[in-house]
Design a binder for this molecule. Sequence first.
Ligand code: 13P
Length: 278
Amino acid sequence: MLVSLSSMLKDAHLRKYAVGSFNVYNFETIKGVLKSADELKKPVIVAFGEKYLDNMDVDTVYEVVNSLAKDINTPVALHLDHCKSFKHIIQAVRAGFTSVMFDGSSLSFEENLKKTREITSIAHAVGVTVEAELGALSRGEYSNEDEGKQIYTDPSQAEEFVKKTEVDALAVSIGTVHGMYKGEPKIDIGVLKAISSKIDTPLVLHGGSGTPEATIKECISNGICKINVNTEISMYTVNKIKEALKSNTNYHLSKISLMEVEYIKEVVKKYMNMFYAA
Ligand code: 13P
């Protein structure tokens, strides 16, 4: 069943676990994420990024997710990930998404605050959860995101931002990257602790791919309630399919589609087991 993201995150915040937010862009990715949640009996966030509007439109995403979610017995939130456009946010809200992320990370603090505030006032009026981002992530390897320079979230700005915008969840920048890490990850738990000591809002960790399990657990025990994973799901699945095609070049496309779902599940379940066991 489809549920609100804010109710999901409140429970995670209270009971100190994180809900996995996994990116989707076609039927197979949606099915792989939902089957993982169903088999592990855990809540899940199906995240569709503005970036993937060439792959699917928001109405189709909603129809597919809503229909598949009815058949499983675990809470599902449908989230619009990394959206910079006001128009696309409204389209997702109208389509039935239960939460939206306004990504104002490339804007000045004041502009980000002003635009996020506008979005929360509209989305909250119709019961939709809002996530915003303060600070910025840099780009690792194989990422499909566009960002460049790492800017750590300033804890005092975070306090002011949350108070004035009334966002339900805040994505913070503490050293994770979008994509796979080029060297050793340098995650600053001190920054996360300082943010958590100032605000009680559920915090979001972007750039989950490749983050060591011990770091993930430390992040969860210091206020992270939602963790996003994209790159590793894609990389792992593409590599597995490449390998399979080396030994048999005559696969029917329908068979590759089934393989895709199974490989996606392997990565999604690995992360779900980490996030809920913290
Ligand atoms: P990764 O691609 O590093 O897993 O990050 C995903 C993400 O943060 C999507 O919002």
